[in-house]
Write a protein that binds this ligand. Sequence first.
Ligand code: SAH
Length: 221
Amino acid sequence: MNAIGTRGIGMTSARTRERLMTRLKEQGIRNPEVLNLIRSAPRHLFVDEALASRAYEDMALPIGSGQTISQPYVVARMTEALLHADVPESVLEIGTGCGYQTLILASLVPLVYSVERLGLLQQRARQVLSGLGVRNVRFRHADGGWGWPQHAPYAGILVGAAPAQVPPALLEQLAVGGRMVIPVGNHNEQDLVLITRRNETDYTRKLLERVNFVPLVEGAE
Ligand code: SAH
């Protein structure tokens, strides 16, 4: 990944990547595997060439179609929270976007199921991930508010777009003992919550922090 990862961006990225590491650690990211992956992931390949020089700053950036690539800190935080207990066999991701979070998940988990409602973004994400040699992601072009019932239940579900309420289908498709990380709330600000399924009917909910995601939108196009 490194050979591809550094192409065209040169040594400038090394220093900015280290700065990003320092920032993530200061903000409380502890999982060394997650930190290493964020350090080595070629984030510039997931954004427009014109924005490549900003790819290692800790900020969300536009990826077209009105969507954004998630901020590295948020990706790290969500991944850490999702994998805190132990690493699940597979996870369901809703909102592939450019595929950056997908890459981090696919580097840690044997199998990732990733659902995206915008066909164009999904196609690009597929190409970038396949170019990086990532083979353990299954893609679906659909409204992820309905989950991906065929492969349920999932020990981990990570949602990268914000619904007003947690979609019931996702709660149903979460395995007992499983963990879901999801932003919930209105358009401007949401609660990032960790939901754990204790048994058939009982879920616990823990507030992680306030975040700002694009909304979960119904339907696929
Ligand atoms: N973690 C991603 C975030 C992308 S932004 C990244 O780093 O690129 C959120 C994505 O969720 C967008 O691509 C948007 O199209 C997608 N999305 C929004 N509503 C959705 C839905 N109902 N089903 C699937 N994907 C959805």
